[in-house]
Write a protein of this length. Structure first.
Lengths: 83, 378, 351
């Protein structure tokens, strides 16, 4: 249920439920239905599951995994590490 | 690949592992709900990085595993009909029914095809007006928008030779059923990031509060899972029970509005039977009355019956996290991916197959111990 | 060695032993393995067959020859980067090269289905001619049969090949030694995805081409330069992982490889991510692994990289010291896992 992959929108055509995009996944391009991401633009990354984009990748949030790690590391240094 | 490989980086993975070890003072049991997360955990050996006090339990997160045996039987019946082109996602083809699986139907001449998307099945229907094209609409909420769109467009276009066999399941009712079960051992959840991408995570707030379990919406790459585990452990250690979102790059609190809107138009909530677990009320999606024409169960004359699960298969206990695959007496001998007794061994995401594929060598000793003791099962 | 469809999407994983041949028996994974071990070898076996290498090395009147055969049943017949004809030539001469032989002569047996357009046959034959010409081998004998419509899959091709061995080495799994370096000639997964992508329902807008190619040149270059090559294996169906597992089991040696060292082109990776495939198990048709003493690895890589088909050659791991007969992979994030033989074909998944 969960195999969804981020890809970059290369072209868009159509509107509404027929809004389709060509999305590149590391260079391989597949046609994807963009009906559920009306806000997506060419160049955006979308998360694609069974041929449908289900979200637009928030590129700002994409780094939070690393920022969070940095914070907890800094915190533990401040605390001298708790064992 | 962008937004994939940076989350498979060794140095931050080790840092997260150390951070988790730092804050863990007691044993904790955390369940990841989604089969895709199970796959990542086993493939990347993520549980090897965790302190031994943290146990990861593998939940009912694979629609292949939870699709009831009766539905497989209905699928094989429909697929055997000469006028039918039966389309399905690949992993459904090997799930055993009472007597056979969809592959066997294909081997004996049935027109069974693997598709990547339900829209491929719809296209087949358009291109082959003389055939009855049936799509096996399986999945959690993640796949519901795609299946909804296929049915919606079929109706809008007046396509009469397309129908769907629906086996959609919903995660929150499954979690509640798990949590209210007397043998529940789960203390926190990694919720399924792509399910929540579609549905948001508001439904989990009352669950976290009522059952006092931390729920962290988590992604699928190694760093996502490690961060999700960290956030769960932190809540557990601090005595909190909240819903948090680890997978912020894809998940918003309200989910995907247009997707949820079409899902509620095309589907309605129905009771569903989960293989190995039993019936859970309001845990599935069925077609709404206006789309009943596209229901394959109604379109074809299907005999209704209840099917018996293989008695040795403990899929149910594995799915609920009560037992690990290698604790099953049949694991690796009578039940293998070539000869599966239950769905958890068939699906790539099924806990049993994941363990078999990646871990057989390590646990052969354990299995030998089981064989000599004899396994006790609930 | 029988070569079944390189990537049968609908290959069934049988429910139980049915007593009948299943498509999975040709898949290159565990079922085929079992069929060979439990039925074919007991009935036909002898020490030469049991060396379980890509071809047989025969000593006849003081000359060492390599002899191999393969059948080609790929569907679709024509795919990006090749067709059944190019496969039929390159697959067989590559097997000869894997014995360390210089390929010389081929036979071709064609099984044609009634109704096959002659034009199609002509195209396939032209491909075979071109592939043979490119590597200097000749078709010297052959056979043609026609079967009723419905009894064949348009065209089946069997090729057998003979090559001459011009060195004294024993190149086979049994030649692998603890500590040996394992070199991989280039990126993996290309052929498997190329075949997959022309099947219904999985088309991509961009084209991935098969890596189908002869690997004779770089192999002979290594041998002519005097490298002490212990084992060679070309990667076909079942991919890199299956090839290494087979060698580990035959040689009774442990193999350790590092995932981060295995090259996968980004577009192949993208296709694998979408479909849920593991590139380590995908078919290749122009890639091979070399086992040789670790001290010679750097020089061997230099030589391999001078040839276009192996320009991306890298070292991916080593043969271990113990006799555990398994392949251990160090994942990207540093954890270890044991690679297992696939039990059936990989299927596109949604989970």
């Amino acid at each position: 249920m969960c195999l969804a992959v981020p890809g970059q929108i290369v072209t868009i055509e159509g509107e509404g439920v027929l809004r389709l995009g060509r999305v590149s996944f590391g260079g391989i391009v597949k046609e994807v239905n963009l009906a559920y991401v009306p806000e997506a633009r060419i160049g955006d990354y979308v998360v694609v599951h069974v041929g449908f984009a289900i979200s637009v990748m928030d590129e700002h949030e994409a780094t939070q995994v690393f920022e969070y790690l940095k914070q907890i590391d800094e915190l533990s240094e401040l605390e001298g590490g708790n064992r | 690949m962008k937004f994939i490989h940076e989350y498979r980086d060794r140095a931050p993975a080790e840092e997260y592992a150390k951070a988790i070890a730092r804050i863990t003072t007691r044993p904790w049991m955390i369940m990841e709900v989604c089969g895709g997360q199970t796959h990542a955990i086993v493939r990347f050996g993520i549980d090897e990085l965790l302190p031994t006090r943290i146990t990861l339990l593998h939940g009912p997160g694979c629609p292949v595993c939870v699709t009831p045996i009766e539905l497989i039987d209905k699928a094989t019946q429909i697929a055997s009909r000469p006028e039918v082109t039966f389309c399905s996602f690949g992993d459904m083809l090997r799930v055993p029914g009472s007597e056979r699986d969809l592959f066997a139907v294909k081997a004996s001449g049935g027109d069974v095809r693997t598709v990547y998307s339900p829209m491929d099945a719809l296209k087949l229907a358009l291109d082959n007006p003389a055939r009855q094209v049936v799509f096996f609409a399986v999945g959690f909420e993640t796949t519901a928008p795609a299946n909804a769109m296929a049915v919606y467009q079929a109706k809008e276009a007046g396509i009469t030779n397309f129908s769907v066999l629906v086996s959609h399941v919903l995660v929150p009712p499954a979690l509640e059923a798990l949590l209210s079960s007397p043998d529940n051992r789960v203390q926190a959840f990694l919720a399924a990031g792509h399910v929540c991408t579609v549905m948001g995570y508001e439904e989990y707030v009352p669950i976290a509060a009522n059952y006092r379990v931390p729920i962290v919406v988590t992604g699928f790459e190694p760093l996502d899972i490690l961060q999700g585990v960290y956030m769960c452990v932190r809540q557990l250690e601090e005595g909190r029970a909240e819903v948090e979102n680890q997978y912020t790059r894809s998940v918003r609190r309200e989910g995907n509005r247009p997707a949820r809107q079409l899902i509620s138009q095309v589907f309605r909530i129905v009771p569903r039977k989960w293989r190995g677990v039993g019936e859970i009320t309001e845990s599935g999606l069925g077609l709404a009355p206006e789309y009943a024409d596209f229901d394959a169960e109604l379109r074809f004359n299907l005999t209704a019956y209840t099917a018996e699960e293989d008695s040795e298969c403990i899929s149910g206990l594995v799915l609920r996290g009560v037992m690990k695959p290698y604790e099953c007496s049949a694991f690796g001998n009578r039940c293998t991916p070539e000869h599966p007794l239950g769905a958890t061994m068939v699906s790539n995401e099924g806990a049993c197959a994941a363990y078999y594929h990646y871990r057989r060598h390590e646990i052969q000793a354990h299995a030998a111990g089981i064989a000599s003791k004899g396994a006790s099962r609930a | 060695m029988p070569d079944a469809k390189p990537f049968v999407l609908q290959c069934p994983l049988p429910v139980g032993n049915t007593g009948f041949v299943q498509l999975a028996h040709g898949g290159g994974g565990k079922l085929m393995h079992d069929l060979l071990e439990q039925m074919v070898l007991p009935l036909l076996g002898n020490p030469i067959l049991e060396s379980r290498h890509d071809g047989a090395v025969l000593a006849i009147n003081g000359t060492r020859l390599a002899f191999t055969t393969d059948s080609y049943v790929v569907q679709p017949l024509f795919f990006p980067g090749g067709d059944i004809g190019t496969l039929a030539v390159n697959g067989t001469i590559n097997d000869l090269a894997m014995c360390g032989a210089r390929p010389l002569y081929l036979s071709a047996a064609l099984i044609l289905e009634e109704g096959l357009p002659l034009d199609t046959l002509s195209r396939v034959l032209a491909s075979m001619r071109d592939a043979a010409k490119a590597t200097g081998v000749q078709f010297v004998t052959g056979d043609t049969k026609v079967v009723d419509k419905g009894s064949g899959d348009q065209i089946f091709v069997n090729t057998a090949g003979i090559g001459v061995i011009e060195h004294q080495l024993t190149i086979a799994p049994s030649g692998a030694r603890p500590g040996d370096a394992i070199l991989l000639s280039g990126d993996v997964g290309r052929h498997g995805i190329a075949i997959m992508a022309v099947r219904q329902g999985l088309e991509f807008e961009t084209t991935i081409e098969s890596d189908c190619a002869p690997v004779v040149q770089p192999v002979l270059a290594l041998l002519d330069a005097g490298f002490e090559v212990h084992c060679l294996r070309d990667l076909t169906r079942g991919g890199l992982a299956t090839a290494l597992i087979e060698i580990a089991e035959t040689a009774r040696l442990s193999i350790a490889i590092d995932e981060s060292l295995i090259p996968v082109m980004e577009d192949v990776q993208g296709a694998c991510e979408i479909l849920g495939f593991d590139p380590l198990y995908l078919a290749n048709e122009g890639r091979f692994v070399v086992f040789l003493p670790a001290s010679r690895a750097a020089d061997a890589l230099k030589m391999l990289r001078a040839h276009s088909v192996s320009s991306g050659a890298v070292q991916i791991g080593n043969v271990g010291e113990n006799a555990a007969a398994r392949v251990t992979l160090r994942s990207r994030i540093g954890t270890l896992r044991v690679l297992e033989m696939l039990t059936g074909e990989q299927l596109p998944r949604i989970c």
